[in-house]
Design a protein around this ligand. Sequence first.
Ligand code: BTN
Length: 323
Amino acid sequence: MSTKDQLLLYLKEKKGNWVSGEALSTQLAVSRTAIWKHICKLREEGYGIESSSKKGYLLRTISDLLLPNEIREGLDTNVFGWKDIVYYSKISSTNTKAKELAAGDAPEGTLVVAEQQVKGRGRKGRTWFSPSQGGIYISLILKPPISPGEAPKITMLTGVVVAETLLKLTPCKINIKWPNDILVNGKKLAGILTEMSTEMDAIDYIVVGLGMNVSTLGFPDDIKDKATSILIETGKYFPRVTFIREYLRWYEKYYEIFKNIGFEPVIQRWKELTNIIGQMVIAEVAGKKYIGEVHDIDNDGILILKDESEKLHRIFSGDVTLI
Ligand code: BTN
């Protein structure tokens, strides 16, 4: 552990109490000038540390930045969160970065985290609005032992994981819209972008990107009637770090279920979290539109649409709009 991290840990243990510079310098076996330099660095990272020439230092507030050591505090997973957490205050897209890392052999469980994305990407070439510190923009590298055709299952699994996280931490009434939108009161709160690289008939890696609007209050005109945030829905600020920790916990749980038992328990839970079955929708697949009732989501996560002549269509991927 670096001296800076040890210093932070020590201040956290004493939270609410002053600690003298001398005590810190003895405890960490470094000079008082070195302590001061680390304090400055911690302040830059968003920690509210007061200093007084007489009393020393006091940790008043924890940083709300998505720093790896904050995400890991109290995290009780085995793998997720314990491989590299690659942190950026600003990046083009966490998915793009994660793909680069995965192509360079980053292991399963590597997480890319950013406070802000300047080229956040959504599905179908759309952009993902990613203002600084307003939301969660993270990408997880996975190497599941499945065929490329099964990759949409990972997207649906992620939808369940996001919903469980939100249900655990917020009073929001969550609804998943096929295949991967997380809605509250009919508006989009979070989206998932799954991208993969394949070799022959096997998956080399999958990158699962999650974008969640946490404390965003204003959205650009084109999405302002369709998007929402946790702050808008609840009137409360929720620490983003807590979400990421909870997300990693649920991810590990469902990923283990998926690998050891299969997709069935995941899709069963997915169906409990949606109200799309029985709804009239327009499904757009490769430029073609299908209108009808959602008859079912089958055990592989495929949407079965019944058109007006009672014909069933299997929709593997696409956009669905409720009528
Ligand atoms: C969607 O269109 O619903 C998917 C949105 C996914 C956005 C996330 S934010 C983190 C990750 N990096 C990106 O560039 N996109 C995903």
